[in-house]
Design a protein around this ligand. Sequence first.
Ligand SMILES: [Zn+2]
Ligand SMILES: [Zn+2]
Ligand SMILES: [Zn+2]
Length: 138
Amino acid sequence: MGIFSRKPAYCTICNKQVIHKNKAKREWDVKSPLCSDCYLNKMQESYDASIIKKCINCGVKSKVTDLWEPRLQWDMVGLLCKKCFDEKELDFSKEKNFCGVCGTKLGFIRYNPKNNWKIKGQLCKNCWDAQKAQIDRK
Ligand SMILES: [Zn+2]
Ligand SMILES: [Zn+2]
Ligand SMILES: [Zn+2]
């Protein structure tokens, strides 16, 4: 009965019974054993953490884990370094009360320019409509 008397092992992450024990790496900060799924996930995670990407604003290279995702309303794709993120946030809070085109003070209703309009800040309805009409005509 040798096989059955062996204590079953459980994955320390998902608690699934582990048939093939995977040893966690020390830098992962988790206990062994791991099931194959969790092991692979961890491998992927630590690989992701070592990827170097550029800040889309200033081009500085940094680990992905040290870069920031732009806020949704900034309408940006990619990652920002901490410095650019902070600057952007400041810019945004400064600009958000005025239309980026005509300078009218904005109320509750404001419009985000589309990325390819190259306009900073938000727009009043008039300017947004005007821009949109211009672009559509092209
Ligand atoms: Zn697992
Ligand atoms: Zn940057
Ligand atoms: Zn305006």
